[in-house]
Design a protein around this ligand. Structure first.
Ligand SMILES: *Cc1c(COP(=O)(O)O)cnc(C)c1O
Length: 401
């Protein structure tokens, strides 16, 4: 591993280095290109196709007009630091000192990168769930860590407690979670989170919890950050972002929170990655975080409806689906249409149904990729009319193709 250049470690970590050591294009790029070429509906990449709340958009325009256009402070504009602290208090009862225990970052992506680069030593193990968001593997590689995974096993993608116990050892530096989980939509249950905290104590590991889908949660399930569990707060960094909650993925305003001493170490790295970003967008996201409860309930209800709409279309097409409790992805099983290889179905789906998805194997190492080879992820964060069209086209498919 150490003989590889940093870019190779990143690419290998994200499963983008092929057998000859060349950088392979991501499946997302391949599938988006396919959607563009064929005019198919792109349910592959997870970004919304509608603007977020007008108050938030207007606040950004106003901030530009008001001259909020130069470098903000390194930790973030106080108005956003305070809004993050107030949000954590309002929704979860978490008390944070905004000036010491919160850090604004260039999206959750930079929060994760800075955290791992700051806290992982060469050879340290980082435990993640699998399938995993591709940037996890890349930044573990960049930080010279060893990536250890705990598989989420179907049909409902639960964490096996024995597998979790085996994965976390004295070599573990960080347990990196994603709750709610992309790509499976799983929300971690309380028993699993308790076990994670217990193992972190037992092996003196830190917990990093990526909660970018904290408000995109369904069926009356509530999001409980792992940092609220007894004994967790003093060893947990919680990461989130405005991108998913306010449909502003292009603004790249994220943040992290946790113990002041850890935040300071992460700041030491973060300030030399981007230094700062998105000055006029920071007060706008602060406005978003302060929106009334009805906004947050509304986005969850709207998205739950969209989940049900697309799921019904997939089922009508003959594809069994998971029932995600959070995030904006649903997982379908290509075997319902006689495909063992989801990648093969994904390549043919544009001509069969005018729809594009991505194979779950893109989020897995080789072992689990084989086990999950028939699963496809579809994003339902799209306009209702787009999802209705996708569902109707899918429903026109018949098994036995
Ligand atoms: C989208 C996403 C991110 C990236 O968030 P940004 O704020 O856009 O950097 C991080 N983690 C997961 C699981 C995501 O799905």
């Amino acid at each position: 591993m150490s003989s590889l250049a940093p870019w190779e470690r990143a690419a290998r970590g994200a499963m983008l280095l092929d057998a000859e050591g060349r950088l392979a294009p991501t499946i997302f790029a391949e599938m988006s290109a396919l959607a563009n070429r064929t005019g198919a509906i792109n349910l592959g990449q997870g970004f919304p196709d509608e603007d977020g709340p007008e108050e938030v958009l207007e606040a950004a325009r106003q901030a530009i007009t008001d001259g909020v256009n130069q470098y903000p402070p390194g930790r973030g504009l106080p108005v956003l630091l305070e809004a993050v602290a107030a949000h954590q208090k309002r929704f979860y009862g978490i008390e944070l000192d905004p000036s010491l225990e919160v850090l604004v970052t260039a999206g959750a992506t930079e929060a994760l990168a800075a955290t791992l680069l700051a806290l992982v030593d060469a050879g340290d193990e980082v435990v993640t769930l699998e399938p995993f968001y591709d940037s996890y593997g890349a930044v573990i590689g960049l930080s010279r860590g060893q990536h250890v995974t705990v598989p989420l096993r179907g049909p409902d993608f639960r964490v096996g407690h024995d597998e979790l116990r085996r994965a976390v050892t004295d070599r573990t530096r960080i347990i990196l979670l994603n709750d709610p989980h992309n790509p499976t939509g799983t929300v971690l249950d309380e028993a699993t989170k308790s076990l994670i905290v217990e193992l972190a104590h037992q092996h003196d590991a830190l917990i990093v919890s990526d909660e970018v889908y904290e408000h995109l949660i369904f069926d009356g399930v509530a999001h409980h950050p792992i940092s609220t569990l007894p004994g967790a707060a003093d060893r947990t960094i919680t990461v989130s972002s405005g991108g998913k909650t306010f449909s502003t993925t292009g603004w790249k305003i994220g943040w992290l929170s946790g113990p002041a001493a850890l935040v300071e170490r992460i700041l030491a790295v973060k300030q030399f990655l981007t230094f700062v970003n998105g000055a006029p967008f920071q007060p706008a996201i602060a406005v978003g975080l302060g929106l009334p409860d009805s906004y947050f309930e509304g986005i969850a209800a709207t998205l739950q409806h969209k989940r049900d709409l697309l799921s019904a279309g997939l089922v009508a097409a003959g594809l069994p689906v998971s029932r995600p409790q959070g995030s904006y992805f649903v997982v379908a099983d290509a075997r319902g249409l006689g495909f063992d290889d989801a990648a093969e179905l994904c390549r043919r789906l544009p001509s069969l149904a005018g729809v594009v998805g991505v194979p779950i194997s893109a989020f897995c190492h080789a072992d689990l990729a084989a086990e999950y080879s028939s699963l496809v992820r579809f994003a339902f964060c799209k306009r209702v009319d787009v999802l209705e069209r996708a569902s109707a086209q899918l429903a026109a498919l018949r098994p036995g193709l």
